[in-house]
Design a binder for this molecule. Structure first.
Ligand SMILES: Cc1cc2nc3c(=O)[nH]c(=O)nc-3n(C[C@H](O)[C@H](O)[C@H](O)COP(=O)(O)OP(=O)(O)OC[C@H]3O[C@@H](n4cnc5c(N)ncnc54)[C@H](O)[C@@H]3O)c2cc1C
Length: 298
């Protein structure tokens, strides 16, 4: 299949990029490995996307996808296995298909690291969250736990301390990876209990999360709670790119203000890029910029 623009990933960033490229008359194809909508579709309620006081992630992404398709964005399902350079642009391969395009926008997001526990996926969005600033408000006056020991986990504790009745911070080791200043600040919180040398071993709950079993210093303890925020990091996956492109040490793609990568006619947007704030509205804005850059450059 041939197109002017090929977009990898149909989350908020990729779909928004497609709205812009299609409206400018560029033939555009978006390849998606799972479901159109990306990670945002997982959130049962989004209350921080402008224009909607509250909307389910699924409904918001459905609207954005419909808008992109009505503007002409073609969706192709498949997992991108390789992105290579060609004489005229790029060749993208999935298991079943080969795509040729002059320009490519990488909008493949990044994965939150999982605990890898049984029932983790089933209870995601039903008490388990990977995003405190997205979902924290649903746990007002409730009991929650944050898993992790880095700056994200500490930031989540601080954020949730203003909402939740009680917070447990569960860290695998005695030592925290987070900065001393941030740690000092949260240690003053009255509604926080810190558990070190502690590992979540089991998740309990039928329709929603009700408790977790934690191994603390070798002793198993069951803690009743309403929410579990897992903040053990993100993983960008750029292994499908078969040539050099600049990334930061963690593997996030480095872009300029207009979402250009270090490779001509290759753009990146959304959670996959090197930035501090990963939210839908930001991903959409990145996508708009990437789309606009495609339009503006020969
Ligand atoms: C549970 C949860 C709740 C959240 N709640 C909120 C919220 O309330 N408000 C908010 O603003 N943000 C929220 N976020 C964050 C928000 O979802 C992300 O910042 C946003 O989705 C990033 O958009 P993106 O398009 O960059 O990436 P993604 O949404 O991750 O989309 C990337 C897409 O690329 C696809 N893809 C990846 N690799 C390949 C490949 N090799 N081939 C083909 N396709 C591929 C993926 O399947 C995915 O569909 C939440 C995140 C989670 C996980």
């Amino acid at each position: 299949m041939k197109s002017d623009v090929l977009i990898i990933g149909a989350g908020p960033a990729g779909l928004t990029a497609g709205i812009f490229t299609c409206r400018a008359g560029l033939s555009s194809v978006c390849i998606e490995k799972l479901a159109v909508g990306g990670q945002a579709s997982l959130s049962h309620e989004i209350a921080n996307y402008p224009g909607f006081e509250a909307i389910s992630g699924f409904d918001l992404m459905d609207r954005i996808a419909k808008q992109a398709k009505s503007n002409g964005l073609r969706i192709a399902y498949g997992t991108v296995k390789s992105l290579e350079k060609s004489k005229t642009g790029f060749i993208v391969k999935t298991l079943d298909e080969t795509f040729n395009s002059r320009k490519v926008i990488i909008a493949s997001g990044c994965k939150t690291r999982k605990l890898g526990l049984k029932d983790e996926e089933r209870l995601t969005g039903r008490g388990i969250s990977y995003c405190a600033s997205c979902d924290g408000a649903f746990f007002k006056d409730k009991v929650v736990a944050v898993v992790g020991g880095g700056n994200t986990a500490i930031g989540d504790v601080e954020y949730l301390s203003r909402l939740a009745k009680k917070i447990y911070l569960i860290n695998r080791t005695e030592k925290f990876r987070a900065g001393e200043f941030a740690l000092k600040k949260i240690k003053k919180l009255k509604n926080l209990e810190i558990l070190t040398n502690a590992q979540v071993k089991e998740l309990h709950g039928k329709d929603k999360l009700e408790a977790v079993s934690v191994n603390i210093d070798g002793t198993k303890t069951k803690i009743n709670l309403d929410g579990l925020f897992i903040a053990i990091g993100y993983e960008p996956d750029t292994s499908f790119i078969k040539f050099d492109v600049d990334t930061n040490p963690q593997g996030y793609i480095i872009v300029d203000d207009n979402m250009r990568t270090s490779v001509k006619n290759l753009y990146a947007c959304g959670d996959i890029i090197n930035k501090d704030f990963r939210q839908i509205v930001v991903a959409c804005a990145d996508g708009a910029k990437a789309g606009n850059s495609c339009i503006g450059e020969k």
